[in-house]
Design a binder for this molecule. Structure first.
Ligand SMILES: [Zn+2]
Length: 288
């Protein structure tokens, strides 16, 4: 997808001295972090790495100057290697091999499990027993996660609480790889910034606010972001939608007031410190 996008944009701007800007997002790395699913995350990171390499290759093969900046807007999950599993002093260990054995994400496995439960006859002589479900789960863990040693506690949680199986599957693989997590949300860990050209991106060496990455790109491309935004708003009115109350809503979404955050971490007033209450991106009390 990355290669096709770069090829199409290079073709479209062949006779144009302004070049092009392309944003490539490995968005499911974040989702795997929210799920605390290290197997899904490692595969998403590897896919991102492939996209990253193809951009480097494109830049090397092209005589037209270009720069690639790679970063993240935040870390998700509070990932750490060497999770402590016991009360005894932990060994400094991590088992990435356990991630290599998994062929599916916990999200996919939870969906499979739900589909299976829904397909079961609920009444009469053919009603299924927990033994049937247990056998199904044993098979699902083996084929999907490469796990053959589920404990009776893990099996019990999957049987009694299918509604949180998404997290249970992720926990099973996290324990076996000794991958630790501190949150299902975004974390405040500093993230890396990579650049294809150390000289061109010298301004991004060291520690920076993430807005400085955008400022660097605008400067490097010599783009007047304000003017482009104005043009997009004017030309994009055809894509505007009408809200439930009949009010017109910009296709770019509601524009935040100065200093206002449309979603994020400023909802402490509503937090009840209860797992599951705070949903990703939306505060389910005020809806913002
Ligand atoms: Zn997120």
């Amino acid at each position: 997808m990355t290669k096709t996008a770069m090829k199409a944009l290079a073709e479209a701007t062949r006779d144009n001295d302004k070049g092009f800007f392309l944003m490539i997002e490995g968005s499911r790395i974040d989702d795997a972090g929210h799920a605390n699913d290290p197997a899904a995350q490692v595969h998403e990171v590897l896919a991102y790495d492939k996209a990253f390499s193809s951009v480097l290759e494109f830049l090397e093969k092209n005589s037209v100057p270009g720069v690639m900046i790679s970063t993240s807007d935040h870390e998700t999950g509070g990932l750490s290697a060497a999770k402590q599993l016991h009360t005894t002093y932990p060994d400094y260990l991590w088992y990435p091999g356990a991630l290599g054995n998994a062929s599916h994400s916990s999200e996919h496995l939870a969906r499979q499990y739900f589909t299976h439960l829904r397909s079961l006859p609920q009444h009469g002589a053919h009603s299924s027993t927990s033994d049937d479900v247990r056998a199904y789960l044993t098979d699902l863990l083996a084929t999907g996660l490469g796990v053959h040693d589920a404990t009776s506690e893990e099996m019990q949680i999957l049987l009694n609480h299918p509604e949180i199986s998404f997290y249970t599957f992720a926990d099973i693989i996290s324990r076996r790889s000794q991958t630790g997590w501190s949150t299902h949300g975004h974390s405040a860990v500093d993230v890396n910034i990579y650049a294809s050209d150390a000289r061109a991106a010298k301004a991004l060496a060291g520690n920076h606010e993430n807005t400085e990455v955008g400022e660097f790109l605008a400067r490097w491309l010599d783009v007047d972001v304000g003017a482009v935004t104005k043009e997009l708003r004017e030309k994009g009115v055809a894509f505007d939608t009408v809200g439930e109350g009949g009010e017109r809503e910009s296709w770019m979404g509601r524009i935040a007031e100065e200093g206002e955050r449309l979603h994020g971490l400023d909802h402490l007033d509503h937090a009840e410190w209860d797992f599951g209450k705070m949903m990703h991106k939306r505060c389910n009390v005020c809806g913002a």
